[in-house]
Design a protein around this ligand. Sequence first.
Ligand code: ADP
Length: 617
Amino acid sequence: MTPPQLATDADAALQACRRELAEALEQQAATREILSVISRLPADPQPVFEAIVAAGVRLFRDAAVAISRPDGDMVRALAIAEADAERAQRWMRVFPFPLTRQYIHGAAMLDCRVIDVPDLLEPGGAFDVGQRNVAPSGYRAMAVVPLVREGRAVGAIAVVRAQPGHLTEHQLAMLQTFADQALIAIENTRLSNEREARNRELAEALEQQTATSEILRVISSSPTDVQPVFESIARASMALCGAHSVNLLMLEGDLLHAAALTGTDAASLEAIRRAYPRAPDPHFASGRAVLTRRTVAIVDVLAEPDYPMREAAVSGGFRSVLGVPLMRDGRAIGAITVGRPEPGRFPDRQIALLQTFADQAVIAIENTRLFTELQDKTRELEVANRHKTAFLANMSHELRTPLNAILGFTRIVLRETRAQIAQKQAENLEKILASARHLVSLINATLDLTRIEAGRIEITPSQVLPAPLLDECLRSVEPLAADGVRLDARFEADLPPLWVDAEKLHQILLNLLGNAVKFTERGRIALRAATQGDRIAIEVEDSGIGIPPDKLEAVFEEFEQVDVSHTRAHGGTGLGLAIARRLARVMGGELTAVSAPGHGSTFTLTLPLHWSGADEA
Ligand code: ADP
């Protein structure tokens, strides 16, 4: 037989065991539930708080459980649970209260420590003020566990009980678990918010970048007209600022004109359109931006006592306005304004964006001005060039007639009187003749050049067999070559026929060969030709004096001669290569040179095998 006392003890122990087991199971269930809420709603801690306090009242009998947070210098309740509705009302009235060490919550949060007060009705402790605050609620005991993140309390969880007494160790541990779970929820929300904010920022930055580059694209595709740029700026500002209306205004003289207007409300757009042109008015964001040359934000038109169109603004549907001046050389030349339906600050990002748009508008205006100026200048230059060409053509013509007379008469005088005049006189006449010839060739070359420049050169292609033409050119310079110079023809006889202007090709080659002969005293001159794909390359190589590297390009310019004394000795106008290169290009080809002083030069002419007018450009 078991003695009765023992039986009762065993029963009690068994019951205690059962109770503990039940509690542990309940606690486990609560934890599972809270974790599942946390994982379902990572961005919102409130349902987690609710689940925690609900589990709390199930586990702490005859008690209320509350989660609170510091808010400035106050403590506010975030979630409260209490099985008894009437007591819940009383408990809720305790919040908010100051965040100071005179309150149990305050001390727990400020010092990051757990505080367990067994009897709230017992005065004389550190929390008299707080205890008096709680007294009307009728609770007797309170335990507070702070939610601590990185050494700072971001909230607290409290259990208040109707009966006095300390929490058991087990209960304190349970409360701590709830605190940890609440903290996880807060932390999750913070991370999720941060992530979202970062994503939002990235998306916004991308959107703004896209808009800015789109405007740059419009600027470059519309060099003569600013209007498309203004329109696209207005459209982009609308979209990116969530605007109700966007006005782009330009100062012309003393008046602001509406250059581009967009908006969601047709009637207020029409009213704005009618309001311009007008002098910049400091009461409007646009006028103020222009007059102060600063960005202006009116956060609420209703709060601006002098805002002239308050009623119109409100009936038109906008409450806040941002105005950015368009600045050029320190002067305001216009403004962009953005009206938004709601009052409030404009985010820095929007302000910066609008300032970028303002800069872009100014760039577009400047571009257009420069482009138009350039066009005008080009036109003026073209006219001047035409006059120059006409003048040169006339002059050359006028000069040629008397020059030909001088040439002709000098020849006659020389021929008829050579026997009667002194040797010196004959020599002088020869000099007149040489000078006159030089002048005629100068005039002819000048005329050629002006014709090419004026685009008045005519290319008449025909089928030409290159080998005979090259032979003929070589033969015609042969008599002019110095004694010690050998002339070589190095090309296949069966080069394919060309479709070129034979006369022009002849002229270019004679110039190249003429120069080679002129500037080579010993060695050899080689004429080579070969096809390269659909082109022919003709080379004139000599072993003459060569050209210094810094002059190699200059020799293709008008009147460029490396050594003028040579010209005196050999004649020459300094125009031959300039004409030859231009002719080559007009025929779709190119003329280039390589040379080393003292080692000779090679001039290479390339031409399409088949010249078609399309290549001319
Ligand atoms: P020019 O009538 O004076 O020969 P070009 O335009 O044909 O005019 O040539 C310009 C200058 O280029 C020449 O005066 C000469 O200084 C240089 N030059 C041209 N061809 C050669 C060459 N084969 N060897 C050396 N110098 C040359």
